[in-house]
Design a protein around this ligand. Sequence first.
Ligand code: BGC
Length: 405
Amino acid sequence: MTNFPHDFLWGAATSAHQVEGDNVHNDWWAAEQKGALKEASGQACRHYELFAQDFAIAGELNHNCHRFSIEWSRIEPVQGIFDKDAIEHYHRVIADLRSRRIQPVVTLLHFTNPAWFAQKGGWTKFKLKKYFLRFVETVVEEYAGEVKFWITINEPLVYSSHAYLLGAWPPKKNSLFQTAKVTLNLAQAHVKAYRIIHKIYQNRSLARPCVSIAANLQAFEICQPTIRNKIAFYLRHKLYNLYFIKRLLKKHTLDYIGINYYGRNLVHVEDWSLRSLLLATCKHDHHRLRKNSLGWDIYPEGLYKLLLALKKYNLPVMITENGICTENDDLRWDYIHEHLLAIHKAMQEGVKVIGYIYWSLIDNFEWAEGFAPRFGLVGIDYQNQQRIIRQSARKLAEVFKSSEI
Ligand code: BGC
């Protein structure tokens, strides 16, 4: 029997734009209306209205925490104008979770920006982060008494690379320079947001909050041991996985390390361009692993290795996302089970993991991939918005109840 601590956080995550529906004031919505993306988010899962129903399911499935994001463009749809109804809405969301003894883990920026902010240049402009910080101050003043765990920014490097390097997400740019600028700006924004959050709690004599980011980490592995592959591996592991975290640690602005982990990235580089060194992967059909429905390699061992790589920082780690999109619910359960074993193994070797948050509570809008990928513990029938609890969710509920696998 494999035991987890009794105060372990067990839950699932969502993000506003992916589930709420009708997020009409953000940059994704604007791009969707222009037809710049495969599918539009539209009503998504109508979670903005149906949140209590969804949290009732999470409660029934023994979740004791839930990660969600506050949509900046709802709180501040027009620059400088804060929407009282939206502020009240998230009070109700948090109160509903707490009434079910589900600890809220609140993300402040999950890939979407108010359209007005994006129009001014968004994260490419250093001086604009003051607007994000004003939003942070506003919402943290509101919810401070009700929230202990904050995540300032979800996957800063995924955002900067998809939006500014790969041209996949709004505003669809292909510039290494802008990617670097946005990444740096986000790092600076986190440091400032961290200090704002702590100051608010201090001024109000509230217990210290726990603030972090959710960093996407990938298990980089080398396909063949060429010099180029080794250099690419080194660059990716050091730059992509560790640089951002190390930067924030130097500023003492992480109370725990939030990590999102999905799988393996098999490094194979055939030329010396920086782009290839940073991005190229093996296209051949060897080193085969099981895959999710988007073709990502399933690799629980990678999570174990990454957790051990974080051990030297001597901070608690929270798995803020781990999940699989698949039509095969048995595979979903195997994925979860194997990742939990990997986490447990790392914990036995001294890594202090404090929680496991599955991505996602419900099927949702998977950004540029649209609605096809099914990540949910709970399925959504988009014809009638019906929620269908999957078997894997029930099995996981048993683990959450007993803290044993
Ligand atoms: C993101 C989620 C996304 C998930 C699956 C993470 O990168 O935080 O928004 O849906 O992975 O791709």
